[in-house]
Design a protein. Sequence first.
Length: 581
Amino acid sequence: MIRLRQGSLLASFALLLIFNSICNAASSLERIAKDPQWHALLHIDSSGTRLDPNYLLSKNAFSPYAELLATLELFSKKQVDSTSCQYIGRHYFLTNLKQLKLPSIHCPKYWEFTQKAPADIISLVFASENLSQPASIMGHVMLALSNPDKSIEHSIAFSTIQNTNNPIQLVWKYLINGQPGDFLLKPLNNQSKQYLQTEQRSLWSYPLNLAIDERELLLRHIWELKHNQMTYSFASHNCATLIMDILRVIRPSITEDRSNWVSPIDVVKSANSKDLIKETQLSPSSSWKLRLLSEYSDPLAPHQTVDNEKPHTVLAGLLSQVQNQYQFETGSKTYTDWQQTNSWLLSKGLQPEHQQLEINSATNPIFKQDDSQWGIGFSRRNQEQNWLQLRWMPASHQLMDDNSHYTSENELKLLDVAIRTSKNKFELDYIHLYSVQSYLNSNPLIGGLSGRFNMGVDRFTDFYSEDKLGLFIDTGLGKTYGLHKDISVYGLMQLKLRQDSNRFINELGPELGLIARFVGKMKSRFSLSQTWLNSKHELLEYRWQHGFNHWKSFGVNFEYSQKRFSQTIDESCKLETSFYY
């Protein structure tokens, strides 16, 4: 009887140990399934996973826990096949970081990839904005892989093919429906030439501060993404979104800075805030260097010589070398002429490869303001009508914001919505779908045009002094000239098309303006425009805007405008505070 009880106790104790072991194992798996790094490997956000459904192992009933169980089942097979190599990042995470005992996997193609594209150094690369190309108006961000001496470099980027410039098709394909995305590995040299020479866009490179296991996990996850077909959407899943999702694998907290619209600059700033960026390197385009150098010197003529004791003459020689390179890159000079000019410069004692151009870090994207904002403002019209306005802009910046970290005064707005209220009224003020302005100083060596384009729904007044909502397109093209490093004047010929419920209005005429920058990051813009409404009525408009941008997280703007047509004067003023996030 005693032996029987002892046997029962031992059996119960054994069952208890087994049950406890199972519970501990289940609890451990649940913790892994909730781990932010596991969610990052699955590209999970508030809307679900962004990975290709055909890539998921639990696609019929997806959840982080179900995907973990399916992944463990795949790796526990006695016969490990090539399918396991598609999940090599998950395997490294579970075995090296979570210490699970799983069979090792052998992936020859992955090791071949690491030999062809060594990743001793992994960097973020930011290509500056190009306001003339819809797909590049916010810049571009990608990853770069290289060996220690950078003799072998590759880029990894997510993009899509832009096959239309039709505004309606652009909105449908890139904002609403999405396009098939391409996740590509290319030689970095080819990409750099495209940006630096063909498009004349400067490149900022940020080597990442990574531990060995972080670099290995990052590289293996990049290999995993090779097996995914993902949709590219300019608003919700662009180059910046995917690169941030990749970095999230090693720094899950990077998404704390994630806003509703992720831009390339957001990725750079977020990586910097999480101590991922080790240093900053700049590869300026020839046009950028030419503009900078031409402010201090004139290029050498063939009969001039270089005197190393005169720094300004050496600077002139360097300017000549950069101008020669720019003309060759833009196609205005043949290879033979380019080579002859370089030979002439060398014969005069200038050795461009020994000349260092110190780059001011003022335009470093890391220091740019956050490019989402909301605002609250108070406006008054004709001394009698007061309005309180609320405004929201999910992406980019306004002309009166702090543009000191850009190469020109410019504006880019991708959806800007405002509502207003007064007494018992609550109504839509405007919707600007797309607005771009650029006032880049014209350069005697490069030239350069200024202009603007704005489209959407807005309230406007005409010679009837009405205040009605209507569709509009506002365009302008002209030149900007720098009177001083902080003062620019511009002239545009503008065309405005407006349509409300009753009539169609067109305005054509010139606009003259001045933009001045002051200490404390203050800025003023004065403008005077004269247009003819439907070629019959003359309209004069004066406008003064002043911005206070001393603070990083918010700015204050004041605006006064006056319109004169016939015997009517329409006057308004506005004070607004913008908050950046």
